[in-house]
Every structure is written in C-alpha cells, then in structure tokens.
Design a protein around this ligand. Structure first.
Ligand SMILES: C[S@@+](CC[C@H](N)C(=O)[O-])C[C@H]1O[C@@H](n2cnc3c(N)ncnc32)[C@H](O)[C@@H]1O
Length: 251
C-alpha cells in the first residue's frame, strides 16, 4: 500500500469503529431485534479485512425487522460508495409463513432516521418475499455487488437455501454473507438449509461460526478471511463443517 492509501485505510477504520462504539451505546439497545452484542467487534474486524482487500460495495439484508443489524452493516459503506438494500415483507405478514420476526416499515424508517450513518440516504427499501427476488431483480443488485449480505428472513429450509443461492449470485467477489440463527434449536430449518447448501459444493464457503451467525465468503478469498480471523481472534478454535475449515471464537 502507498502512504496515501494507508492513511485512507486507517481513517476508514477509525470512522467505522467510532460509529460502531456510539451505536453500541445508543441505537443498539433501543432498536428492537435479535443480534448478539458480541458480534459488533466481529463487524469491526470484517470491515478492516475488507478495507485491506479494497472491497467496495453496499450492504444488503433479507429480513431487516426494525434494522438492528442492518444499521451497522450499512455503516460499513462509506459516503457515496454504493446503494444498500433492505428487504423485508414488512406489513405483508401473511407471507411470513414461519412467523420469524415481524417487520415494520415505519419502525425501520424511524431507525434509519435516528441512527443510520447516512440517515438512510443510500438505502433502497424493497418490500417483498425474498424467495421471489432472484427471478427478476438480479441485474439491479449486480450493478454494484453488495460487499456484505445478511440473511435473516424466513427460517425454513427452503427460505435458507433460496436466500443463500440468491446471495451467492449477487455478492461482491470478495464480499461476506451472514446467515442468522445457524445454531438455534427453535429455527432448526436454518441449520438444515445451510448443510444442504454446503453439501452441493457451492462457491461460498463457511469461514466463521459464532454468536448465532455463520459467515460465508467466496472460495477464492476463504483463505484470506480465515487468516485474518485467526490473527485477530486468538483463542478461537478451527472447526470443520461439511469439510470446510471455519473459526469458532473462544468460549
Ligand atoms: C428475525 S427477524 C429479522 C431480525 C433483524 N435482522 C435484526 O437485526 O434484528 C425476521 C424478519 O424477516 C422478515 N421475513 C420473514 N419471511 C420473509 C421473506 N420470505 N422475505 C422477506 N422477509 C421475510 C420478517 O418480516 C422479519 O422482519
């Protein structure tokens, strides 16, 4: 890296880490949702790893509810970098067939207004069923591929498989995908869906499991992400899932 790039990189990390520290105290406890606070330092690490690899793009979440996890994902996006996408059934809860959460467009808009790094200016809100997206909308998401995607919508095996395949199709070449509720006995469809997906020898490989999330990355950058996680999370344990090596943080 040149001197100018190093300064840009350090500045981006300071800005994100400061934003996240403020959010942890202020927005995080007030925005209803299901996110383990221990995940926030992992987001800092991921942001740093992506900055080192010069990854640019927006954020996308399937299942935003009130935005508790979407907000720190969208804060990873620098001003002017890219659009982000917030996908949820919102008021169309008749389609929420496994009753996972209960999106609200007004509460999500309020979260954006109060706590989003960009005041929601770069956010495109998509009200709809994620399992129907891939048929018509791929070009829209591929224009600037998202660098970070969170899957937290419907929790059946079918939702999980469909959302993982959608994420695989649109993710940035060096991006990362979070899959929620990977080890939650009340939402066991996610685990079955993830295992089914991994047994098909996909191009997204799991690299981290912890705090109720599985992180998957494109196979070409799996070794780089794993090395970065190992370096910054000493005491973590290397595990194997469907034949892939991934890190579990220290207990
Ligand atoms: C567990 S909540 C999401 C929690 C959120 N990620 C957070 O940060 O707290 C699940 C959300 O997924 C939405 N949802 C359920 N099925 C969906 C589907 N098929 N497509 C899109 N959104 C869906 C629900 O409306 C709900 O808001």
């Amino acid at each position: 890296m040149t001197g100018w790039l190093i300064i840009k990189f350090l500045k981006a990390n300071i800005v994100y880490n400061t934003w996240l520290d403020t959010y942890a105290q202020d927005g995080f406890p007030k925005v209803e949702g299901w996110v383990d606070a221990r995940l926030l330092p992992i987001l800092k690490l991921l942001h740093q790893t992506q900055a080192e690899m010069a990854v640019q793009g927006g954020a996308l979440e399937i299942g935003v509810h009130h935005g508790r996890f979407f907000l720190p994902l969208n804060a990873m996006v620098a001003p002017g970098e890219a659009s982000s996408f917030a996908i949820d059934l919102f008021e169309d809860q008749a389609l929420n067939i496994d009753r996972s959460g209960h999106g609200s467009s007004s509460k999500f808009a309020e979260s954006l207004r109060l706590y989003d790094r960009h005041g929601g200016a770069n956010v495109q809100i998509i009200a709809g069923d994620s399992t129907r997206l891939r048929h018509g909308d791929l070009a829209r998401f591929r224009a600037i591929p998202p660098k970070v995607i969170s899957i937290d919508g419907g929790h059946t095996v079918e939702h999980t498989l469909s959302d993982l395949q959608f994420a695989e199709a649109i993710l940035h070449d060096k991006g990362a995908v979070f899959l929620d509720d990977i080890l939650n006995a009340h939402w066991i469809g996610v685990f079955e869906g993830a295992v089914t997906y991994l047994q098909r020898r996909p191009t997204l490989w799991p690299v981290f499991i912890g705090y109720n999330k599985l992180i998957l990355v494109p196979m070409s950058v799996h070794a780089s992400y794993l090395a970065s996680l190992r370096k910054h999370l000493p005491g973590g344990k290397i595990m194997a899932l469907c034949g892939y090596s991934l890190l579990a943080p220290a207990a």
